[in-house]
Design a protein around this ligand. Structure first.
Ligand SMILES: NC(=O)c1ccc[n+]([C@@H]2O[C@H](COP(=O)([O-])OP(=O)(O)OC[C@H]3O[C@@H](n4cnc5c(N)ncnc54)[C@H](O)[C@@H]3O)[C@@H](O)[C@H]2O)c1
Length: 303
């Protein structure tokens, strides 16, 4: 996809962090922007800022876990702007710690947002995009799913988050293959950032009360959170830089968008172990920051 000017971009989770930066980059490229987020106050703030800079923007309060809410979003976008060109299935939440300590409610919440949220976007918007392509040979569309490096590697304490992001990679690859069968006007990409300084460590702010845990976090979960906060704060790239890399990737027709390609040897090593049938490596054990992560988690577990 190489035409953005006057196109329509929908960004789920666009009220904060990466989604906000992606929405701002879409605006810089002359697109009309729809912010779809569950957090109304933050969403209105982003829409206000975009409009103040002259962008045509609306906010549609959306819960990506709810198929009817995503369908209502699509109806509103189609009514106000016509067919969407860029759909960013970006809303996501995180939790970590040893996998056996995660509750049934943790699993449900993470999978509802990170996996079903993307599936709801794909199921709702792709038929609209394909219809637009069939009716207009100049139409271009792209679905960009935000996965993570956590969708390509596994490590101690990454738990449900890594499992859910592996599902997003697989979902995106399946979508890629399926779209290849029906033409070239609608494409897809999967974005795999490493640590970025956003509000993801406060994901619990949007956790539905019905899925709240009864007890507080365990020692190991608290240790994981503390290490994650530090690693997020030390992220190599800003959300704005990742948004610019994402658009460059879409423009170049890249499916896998890797903002930190220097980490790919870790992925290669993991895939080698899978192909050889040798037991999983401890990823990034040579990188001090990550070795410390493992050591602190181990200490919290045996204390
Ligand atoms: N920050 C990182 O280090 C990092 C790294 C890799 C991937 N990611 C992914 O990037 C995406 C964006 O996360 P972020 O880091 O910007 O976090 P963030 O918390 O700053 O932003 C996430 C946004 O998603 C929204 N959201 C949460 N639940 C929702 C729901 N049910 N429906 C609609 N919106 C909902 C939140 O309100 C928030 O605005 C996520 O998919 C995340 O997993 C983040």
């Amino acid at each position: 996809m190489n035409q953005f000017e006057n196109g329509v971009a929908v960004v789920t989770g666009g009220a904060s962090g990466l989604g906000k930066a992606i929405a701002e980059e879409a605006a810089r490229r002359g697109m009309r922007v729809v912010i779809a987020d569950v957090e109304a106050g933050a969403m209105d703030g982003v829409v206000g800022d975009l409009r103040a800079r002259g962008t045509v923007a609306i906010g549609v309060q959306t819960d990506v876990t709810d198929a009817a809410s995503v369908e209502a979003l699509a109806d509103r976008v189609t009514h106000d702007f016509g067919p969407v060109n860029l759909l960013f299935n970006n809303a996501g939440v995180a939790s970590g710690g040893p996998i056996w300590e995660s509750t049934e409610k943790d699993w449900q919440w993470l999978f509802d947002v990170n996996v079903h949220g993307v599936a709801n976007g794909v199921r709702t918007f792709v038929p609209i995009m394909l219809k637009a392509a069939a009716g207009d040979s100049s139409y271009q569309g792209c679905i960009v799913n935000t996965a993570s490096m956590a969708g390509l590697v596994t490590a101690p304490g990454m738990g449900i988050y890594a499992v859910s992001k592996h599902a997003v990679i697989a979902l995106s690859e399946c979508l890629y293959h399926d779209l290849q069968l029906v033409g070239e006007q609608v494409c897809t990409s999967v974005l795999c950032p490493s640590y970025v300084n956003t509000n993801i460590n406060q994901s619990f702010r949007n956790r539905p009360p019905g899925l709240a845990n009864e007890g507080g976090p365990t020692k190991a979960q608290l240790a994981t959170q503390a290490i994650s906060s530090r690693d997020l704060a030390n992220g190599a790239l800003t959300p704005d830089e990742i948004a610019a890399i994402t658009f460059a990737g879409i423009e170049a027709g890249r499916f896998y968008i890797y903002p930190t390609p220097e980490l790919m040897p870790i992925v290669k090593s993991r895939l080698d172990h899978i192909a050889e049938g040798s037991n999983p490596d401890i990823p990034y054990n040579d990188i001090p920051m990550f070795k410390e992560r493992r050591d602190r988690l181990r200490a919290a577990l045996v204390e």
